[in-house]
Write a protein that binds this ligand. Structure first.
Ligand SMILES: O=P(O)(O)OC[C@H]1O[C@H](OP(=O)(O)OP(=O)(O)O)[C@H](O)[C@@H]1O
Ligand SMILES: Nc1nc2[nH]cnc2c(=O)[nH]1
Ligand SMILES: [Mg+2]
Length: 173
């Protein structure tokens, strides 16, 4: 069962407007192409919201699929790559688009992985940040909302693969 609405669809849309504008402003100043990398599966709704609001011509998108939670509400501590990136990363400004930074283990791993592939820069845009869960020193460069110490579902975030389709952020009851 899911609980109450913690963050509404309207709040998420307003935040996407704000962050999309900021990303457009920041990356317009840079010479290298921008590559948005959405992390499957959780980032799908947020990636779809965000990409439409970035007004930069020299931009491409790609996806990686990673998993570290499986059917649990606790991280396994190990990030498995189920699908690798297909675009060439070399010399590009990579912006990783994620649903949540919790322990930071996934994003810490992905930042290193993409830097090693020769990215000009690697930054993070996450819809949600849960600082109380942190086990690494990774930080979001663009963050939508800070959440407390609850297991979030909805808007892409799952529990045992369910609830991703909810059009708002909720938590398990
Ligand atoms: O900061 P962390 O503790 O590493 O947690 C964040 C990661 O956990 C979730 O992925 P999950 O492994 O559940 O895969 P999913 O996106 O397919 O649900 C989420 O989408 C992030 O990728
Ligand atoms: N669904 C879900 N996945 C996560 N991965 C890391 N933290 C969370 C969370 O709070 N909810
Ligand atoms: Mg998950």
């Amino acid at each position: 069962m899911t609980g109450k609405v913690l963050i509404s669809q309207e709040q998420i849309q307003a935040k996407a407007d704000e962050i999309g504008k900021q990303i457009t402003e920041d990356y317009s100043k840079l010479d290298e192409p921008l590559l948005l990398v959405g992390i499957l599966r959780g980032s799908v709704p947020w990636m779809a919201d965000l990409m439409k609001r970035i007004d930069i011509e020299d931009m491409t998108i790609d996806f990686m699929a990673c998993s570290s939670y499986g059917a649990s509400t606790k991280t396994s501590g190990t990030v498995k790559i189920m699908k690798d990136i297909e675009e060439d990363v070399m010399g590009k400004n990579v912006l990783i688009v994620e649903d949540i930074i919790d322990s930071g283990i996934t994003l810490n791993y992905l930042k290193g992985y993409l830097k090693n592939r020769g990215a000009a820069s690697v930054k993070i845009c996450a819809l949600l940040d849960k600082p109380t869960g942190r086990q690494t020193d990774v930080q979001g460069d663009y963050v939508g909302f800070t959440v407390g110490d609850v297991f979030i579902v909805g808007y892409g975030l799952d529990y045992n693969q369910k609830y991703r389709q909810l059009p708002y952020i909720s938590c398990l009851d």
